[in-house]
Design a protein around this ligand. Structure first.
Ligand code: UDX
Length: 451
């Protein structure tokens, strides 16, 4: 099926490459010529396990371009541009609006088009996009069949290829039955899992076939916010219990495991730590709170998840304060900058809050990340930190070290050498990643979260 994707960020690129891999002809459009250039050469522009390999496997069916092509015949156009937060938390629709107008300008007479909103957009956006397309078509005097559907994505960074190829479910929201049928055909290879898994990203064992959930456009739009708000709340919930566990002398990792095995609760997203970050949870919780405010409807549960999350970051600094007493003049090493392991993404990364608060309190900061260092060095304004070449270099002269990102490589820290290189003895495991006994065996003081 002829498919055009507008925007080659995490969502657009992964979706485009996955759809091409399962057999569709995909044209992916981005305004940035250097991104288009790199992708055309087969180079992945984001750090995502398995993506570059899939790009190569699917390259015959993939075209990257800066120019939206003419849209004729039966075509699915997926809008996957950014919707950054505005000052009040609302999602900014400026790029979506531009994409909708460009689509309408390219539609050829007689075309049969399904426009898909994949970007996370405010409630009512499907109708909004449809309005823009129809008005522009009228102005141009072009007759074509156009339907708009909301089709939220649930892919998580670091496992985006896997989530795209092996989704739990696919949600399509539209009042137009014909559009739903077109999307059912687009997603048929995923719904039926009728493709050979790529070598690097095997199909999960005993994976059930993902259902296609069809809803109204509004329900699909709300589903995305509800999913992310729920996951964010689940993490804040366990972080709140981590705080209490520290006071009563319990181990939150044991509590999480014990409650998680109740299948009504589930073990995932119960990992206590420094709190959530990334491009979605913070943005989407703020956006849904702004939407709710517009309807004069308070959402205290979501609000509490946001508040607890910020406090969780500050608590890590308080732990350092508690053990080092005076932070001014100390050197603190931060292991991990990315908002979570397996990504180079720094958006709303807890480590950045840590750096900011530590510097406010007069500490010097050394940092290391196995993948996100280039992105960190490109930040504006620049971070006033020392970049270490590896964890051992980071440890040099540190009064304390904080593990801020759950990178696998940090699980195997060379603890003997790290302990020898440090000036102080405090190791704050803000991700509960390390074995406390192994740390203590090196005469380091182990400080976890809720354990
Ligand atoms: C999330 C959603 O999972 C995905 O479905 C949606 O489409 C986009 O937002 P992402 O932001 O990539 O994906 O990462 P995710 O794995 O969900 O983690 C979000 C944050 O929560 C990270 O900072 C992570 O470290 C943190 N986290 C996650 C925890 O602190 N504890 C957990 O148990 C799980």
């Amino acid at each position: 099926m002829n498919t055009v994707i507008i925007g080659t960020g995490y969502v657009g690129l992964t979706t485009g490459v996955a759809l091409a891999y399962v057999g569709h002809d995909v044209t992916a459009v981005d305004i940035d010529p250097s991104i288009v250039d790199r992708l055309s050469r087969g180079e992945a522009t984001i750090h995502e396990p398995g993506l570059e390999e899939l790009l190569h496997l699917a390259q015959d069916r993939l075209t990257f371009t800066t120019e939206l092509p003419d849209l004729s015949g039966e075509t699915v156009v997926v809008i996957a541009v950014g919707t950054p937060p505005k000052e009040n938390g609302d999602a900014d629709m400026a790029y979506v609006d531009v994409a909708a107008r460009q689509i309408a300008e390219r539609i050829q007479p007689g075309a049969n088009l399904v426009v898909v909103n994949k970007s996370t957009v405010p409630i009512g956006s499907a109708r909004h996009v449809e309005g823009i397309v129809r008005r522009t078509l009228r102005e141009r005097g072009v007759e074509a069949t156009v339907a708009v559907a909301s089709n939220p994505e649930f892919l998580a960074e670091g496992r985006a290829v896997r989530d795209s190829l092996y989704p739990d479910r696919i949600v399509v929201g539209s009042d137009d039955e014909a559009a739903v049928e077109v999307l059912r055909r687009l997603y048929a290879p995923l719904l039926e899992q009728a493709f050979e898994p790529p070598p690097g990203v095997p199909r999960p064992d005993r994976m059930p076939l993902p259902p296609l959930i069809t809803t109204t456009a509004t329900s699909a739009e709300l589903t995305k916010y509800a999913a992310n708000s729920f996951l964010a709340t689940k993490i804040s919930f366990i972080n709140e219990f981590a705080g209490l566990a520290e006071r009563v002398g319990a181990d939150v990792t044991q509590v999480a495991r014990a409650i998680g095995l109740d299948d009504r609760i589930g073990t995932r997203f119960l990992h206590a730590g420094i709190g959530w970050g990334g491009s979605c949870f913070g943005k989407d919780t703020r956006a849904i709170l702004a939407t709710a405010e517009g309807y004069d409807f308070p959402m205290p549960v979501v609000q509490a998840a946001v508040d607890v999350n910020y406090q969780q970051r500050v608590r890590i600094v308080e732990k350092l304060q508690e053990h080092l007493k005076v932070l001014r003049g100390t050197t603190i090493g931060i292991l991990g900058l990315a908002f979570k392991g397996d990504t180079d993404d720094l958006r709303d990364a807890p480590a950045l809050t840590l750096i900011e608060v530590l510097q406010e309190r007069g500490a010097q900061v050394r940092v290391h990340d196995p993948v996100a260092m280039d992105n960190a060095q490109a930040l504006e304004p620049p971070l006033d930190v020392t970049y270490a070449t590896d964890p051992l270099d980071l440890a040099d002269g540190c009064d304390a070290i904080v593990v801020a990102t759950d990178w696998d490589v940090y699980r195997q820290l060379p603890l003997d050498d790290v302990a020898a290189a440090m000036r102080g003895r405090v190791l704050v495991d803000a991700r509960n990643l390390l074995d406390p006994d192994a740390v203590r065996a090196r005469q380091l003081r182990y400080v976890g979260v809720g354990r």
